[in-house]
Design a protein around this ligand. Sequence first.
Ligand SMILES: [Zn+2]
Ligand SMILES: [Zn+2]
Length: 278
Amino acid sequence: MIDNEYTDAHRLFLQASLSERFFTEAKAIEIYRKAYEATAIQDQETFTEFMTTLNTKLNSIELEFRKSHNEEDGTAVWALVNTNGDEIAQMATDYSPIEISFFRRLIELIITADDESFSVSSITALKEVVKLKTSITKSNGEILLQRFIDDKWLSISSGGRYSLSLRSILELQHYLKKEFEDYISECILCYDIVTKGQRCQVAQCKARFHHHCARRYFDSRNNKICPNCQIAWDSSNVFGDSDSINNRSRTRRSTTTRRSQRSVVDEADDDQMDQDDD
Ligand SMILES: [Zn+2]
Ligand SMILES: [Zn+2]
């Protein structure tokens, strides 16, 4: 068969994804299989080839399927994202300019939150609505926040804090990196933006891992040391707000922490990782 041939199967896949734009890789593979089944095409591309062909086609209209991982559990996901400059402008079809400016402000609060919590409480979020001095009332603000969640732009934890969804991180990554260069961290293993994970215990060191990336990285190593500064790695030193993290003991970043101080919670939580260091 001809490489990169765009077929009816690709067309079906695209149609099926337009309504959701964002799904797990397992779901994407299911749609891919069904698309081929429906068209009875003989020469089938592998899933990877299939996605490449789709992206080649989508490139001309500034769209692409981008793969990433859920920051909580490492699940592989795909999203159909815009590749043009001001990605936030795409929201204009669904939101008014005032609503978008509220969203921009929320992003700023989330990204610049203290101690890399990358989250904002609902109280703070609603106070911002009032500060914007627009026609949005507090109760409309609540409805709007819920819309951001329903549209998968924001996530909310069981503790009631708002954080960026994976959709936001994927679709707005250029915007985030450009606007908040000093605040955004990239995972030292996969290079994706990381807002929930483990961080180096040395305050000046920029090394950050997603939880699943830390597991992957340290599992195959005898010495658990920071890949950047070579100081002992303390996997209980987590950042970002998430339900799984809320159950852990949050250790404050410290330059004096030693391995002997590693908490029991850390040992228990990360038993997979702990054939390690000492
Ligand atoms: Zn990573
Ligand atoms: Zn380090």
